[in-house]
Write a protein that binds this ligand. Structure first.
Ligand code: ZN
Length: 233
C-alpha cells in the first residue's frame, strides 16, 4: 500500500511538473544548456526571439503596464535540455547529485546580475506545507543555501505560503494572477524592513508566484527586491 501511495504521488508530481513548466512531456533531450542572451525584457528577463535585430533595451508586452513588485527577474538558462532534466531529476526523482551543478548555474545568475548590488539576503520561494511534507525538501531553500554558502549571503527563509495554488497552465492570465494574491506572508520573528532582497527559485515561468512573494516582502517593508532563478521558460 505504501508503495502504491508513493507511486501515485510520484505520478501526480510528474504530471504537475509537466503542466507547471508548460513544456511537452516527456522532455527527453539532453541538449547543452541554452543561455539566456540579450536582448531580453528589462523587467522579466524574457528573451526577445528576434533579438538580433534589436539593439536597445525594451520591456515586453506582457510586462508593459503590469504591476510588478520586484525590480527585475533574471535567469541564466532556458528551461530545456540538460537544465530541465536536472531540475526535474532533483525535484521529482530524488536525484540529489544534481544539487552541485544546479547551485553552480544559480551562482552564474547571481554573478552576472546581482554581484555588484547592495543585497542583504536571499529569500527562497516557499512551498505549501503539505507539498513540503510530500517532497521532503524545498528546492528553492536548498539552492539558496548553496548560493549563500558560495557567496557569503544570508538566507532568510522568511516567507510562509498560506495555501497551495492550483495548476496555472490553461488559466487566463488575470485568473492566474488573482490565484496568487495574498498566498504569501512574512513569518513571525523576521524583520525585513529596509532590506534589499533577492528572491530565489529554480524556474521563472509566469512570474505570478515570485511577484506574490515580492508583494508580501514589500508589504512587510522590504527595500529593493529582485528575482534570481536558474532558468526561465
Ligand atoms: Zn517582460
Amino acid at each position: 500500500m505504501a508503495l502504491l501511495s508513493t507511486a501515485l504521488r510520484r505520478a501526480r508530481d510528474w504530471g504537475e511538473c509537466a503542466l507547471n513548466l508548460a513544456f511537452p512531456w516527456p522532455e527527453t533531450t539532453a541538449a547543452e544548456p541554452e543561455p539566456v542572451c540579450r536582448p531580453y525584457c528589462e523587467q522579466c528577463g524574457d528573451p526577445f526571439s528576434a533579438g538580433e535585430t534589436l539593439s536597445r533595451s525594451f520591456v515586453c508586452t506582457a510586462c508593459a503596464g503590469h504591476d510588478w513588485h520586484f525590480c527585475w527577474a533574471r535567469a541564466s538558462y532556458r528551461t530545456k535540455g540538460q537544465v530541465l532534466d536536472a531540475i526535474i531529476g532533483y525535484k521529482y526523482r530524488d536525484e540529489s547529485y544534481h544539487h552541485a551543478h544546479l547551485v553552480a548555474w544559480l551562482t552564474e545568475t547571481f554573478d552576472r546580475y546581482a554581484r555588484e548590488g547592495d543585497w542583504q539576503g536571499l529569500v527562497p520561494v516557499p512551498l505549501y506545507h503539505r507539498r513540503l511534507r510530500e517532497r521532503g525538501f524545498n528546492q528553492a531553500v536548498e539552492l539558496a543555501r548553496g548560493l549563500g554558502s558560495r557567496r557569503k549571503m544570508p538566507v532568510l527563509n522568511c516567507l510562509y505560503r498560506y495555501r497551495e495554488t492550483p495548476s496555472q497552465t490553461g488559466l487566463e492570465r488575470d485568473v492566474r494572477w488573482k490565484n496568487m494574491q495574498n498566498a504569501f506572508g512574512l513569518k513571525r520573528g523576521f524583520d525585513v524592513r529596509g532590506k534589499n532582497l533577492l528572491l530565489i527559485d529554480d524556474v521563472f515561468t509566469t512570474g505570478a508566484t515570485t511577484n506574490a512573494c515580492a508583494q508580501a516582502l514589500a508589504h512587510a517593508g522590504a527595500g529593493r527586491l529582485a528575482v534570481l532563478t536558474i532558468a526561465r521558460s
